[in-house]
Each structure stands twice: as C-alpha cells, then as structure tokens.
Write a protein of this length. Structure first.
Length: 318
C-alpha cells in the first residue's frame, strides 16, 4: 500500500512538473514568435544597433536573447524527462522496467536540430539585412539583377526552410523523447489532465493556440506552408492520436475519465502540439480558401509587416 501511495504521489508530482515544463517550453517559442509584432519605436527603446550593421532591434533581440532561450528550454525539457524516468525507475526497480532511457541519443539529435535551426536563422537574418538594402520591399522581382535574386533565394526561400526544418526536427525529437520517457515510466508520466489544475490546463491551451497561430503565420510569411508547416502539423496530430496506443487498457473508460478531463492518455507536449497542428491547418485552409493558392504573403495583401499590426488593430478598434 505504501509503495502504491508513493508511486501515485510521484506520478502527480511528475504530472505537475511535466505541465510546467511544457508550458515554459511553449512560452519560449511563442515569445520568439511574438517579437516580430514588436513596434519599431518600442524595439529601438530597448536596444539599438549601429546603422552600419543593417540590423533592427527585433533582429538583435531575437538573436541575442529569445532564440537561445528556445534552445535552452528544449534541453531543459529533455533533462526533465530524464530525471522523471530516473525517479520512476527507483520506484520500479523490481518490476522489469527498462534500465536506462537513451538521454545521449536524444541529446545528440536535439543538438543536431539546434545547429540546423541556428544555421537557417543566421542565414535568414544576415541575407535579409542585405536584401532590405537592395530591395526594401523584399518582394520577388523576376527581372531584377542577379545579386538581388540570389539574396531573395537565400533570405526568403533557403533561409526560412532550413530554419523551420530545424525547428520541426527539434519538436519531433522532443515528442519522441516524451513518448519514450512515458514508455520507460510505464505510462506514469502525467497525461493531459492527471495531476493538473484548471489554471495549468488553461495556460497549456493558450500556448497551444498561440503556437498554432504562430506556426501558421510563419509558414505563410516564410513560404513554407506546403513544404514544412502543414506536413509537420499533420505529423503532430497523428502523433498525438497514436499516443493512447501505449496506455493501460486494463482500466475502464470511467476510470480513465476520472483521472483526466479528456484525451486522458496523451502527454502534455504531444497534446499541445496536436492542438497547435489543428489550429494551423484550419487557418491555412481558410487562408487558401479566401485568398487562393499558392497562399499569398501578408504584405502582398497590403497588411504590412508584422510590427505594424498592433497599430492597425488599435486603429480598427478606435
């Protein structure tokens, strides 16, 4: 009885930690996305680059603070999963549970994805600074000089695709790490509702919705909607749907419902990315339905750069 109580207590503690770490992980990426909406006046008040650098305040904040924050939060989440597995194995030393969780394998794959994402982000920021000088609008002009067309390809096509592919690979590694950790703990890793308050669920859904919108907006503006954005969203939805396959089928549906609110056997990160994928696909479908295919960028429709959206919204409301 003591062992069961201790195991259940460990499960609830692990559940709260899983939710907290998932929210922090999503918050770091959502924060990176929201920086593009920062007005120029606010960004310049925070930090200013020398004019000859060709970089704006948003670029500096993204490179020096928020982008590294995403990488650190990803590795911290991986270490949290490793610690949770280690604690679970101590409670199940004689139950035939796996002896080790492949931390080194996931760490290497995560580091590889970080390198790819950083390379793409660096390529985009550097060539965008040059591209903005040659062509301030950054639009594609087929009869432009060769240098401008090369900069457009490096900035808008290759830079975005390498960057977003690295991010998608990073999320995929974390999804498989979470699934592996859950199997190692014999489904003791907190699922969607177990051991979590209503407030935590609200935050998790909020970040999932913001992540879905951000992933959609990045795909439209970065021209990666068909190549990376939608395929990864479909993968995230399918991954979340397949998570219940490893659940404890000895429990009745009523017992499962009592332990969590809904989707009772989907770990928090898989659930959040599944919700994000649904939001992204719905918005992408509506965008293509109303504005045609291939999907046009926001600025092509006269919406301006992202940093002008808050001002436009205020003008609309007033």
């Amino acid at each position: 009885m003591t062992h069961v109580t201790s195991s259940r207590k460990s499960t609830i503690e692990s559940g709260k930690g899983a939710t907290l770490h998932t929210c922090l992980l999503l918050a770091s990426y959502v924060g990176t996305g929201l920086i593009i909406f920062l007005p120029n006046r606010v960004g310049d008040a925070i930090v200013q680059a020398p004019p000859h650098w060709g970089l704006g305040a948003r670029d500096l904040i993204k490179i020096c603070l928020l982008h590294p924050l995403c990488m650190v939060s990803s590795f911290l989440h991986l270490l949290f999963l490793h610690r949770s597995c280690t604690r679970a194995q101590k409670h199940r030393q004689n139950s035939g549970a796996p002896e080790a969780w492949p931390l080194s394998t996931f760490a290497v794959l995560l580091a590889l994805s970080v390198v790819i994402a950083s390379e793409g982000a660096g390529m985009h920021v550097a060539t965008n600074a040059l591209h903005s000088i040659v062509n301030p609008g950054n639009e594609y002009r087929p009869h432009a000089p060769h240098l401008e067309r090369v900069l457009y390809f490096m900035d808008e096509i290759l830079g975005h695709r390498v960057w977003f592919f690295g991010l998608a690979l990073m999320w995929s590694v974390l999804l498989f790490a979470e699934r592996s950790a859950r199997a190692c703990m014999r489904a003791q890793l907190c699922t969607h509702g177990k051991g979590r308050s209503v407030c935590a669920s609200v935050w998790l859904h909020l970040f999932a919705l913001l992540h879905g919108f951000g992933w959609f907006a990045a795909g439209v503006e970065g021209q990666t909607l068909e190549v990376i954005t939608i395929p990864f969203s479909l993968f995230a939805i399918a991954f979340a749907a397949c998570c219940p396959a490893g659940s404890d089928r000895s429990k009745t549906f009523k017992e499962r419902a009592e332990e969590s609110s809904f989707f009772p056997h989907v770990p928090p990160l898989a659930y959040a990315l599944g919700v994000s994928g649904v939001v992204c696909i719905v918005l992408s479908g509506l965008w293509c339905y109303f504005y045609g295919y291939p999907p046009p960028e926001f600025r092509v429709l006269g919406l301006g750069h992202f940093h002008s959206w808050p001002k436009q919204l205020l003008q609309m409301l007033m």
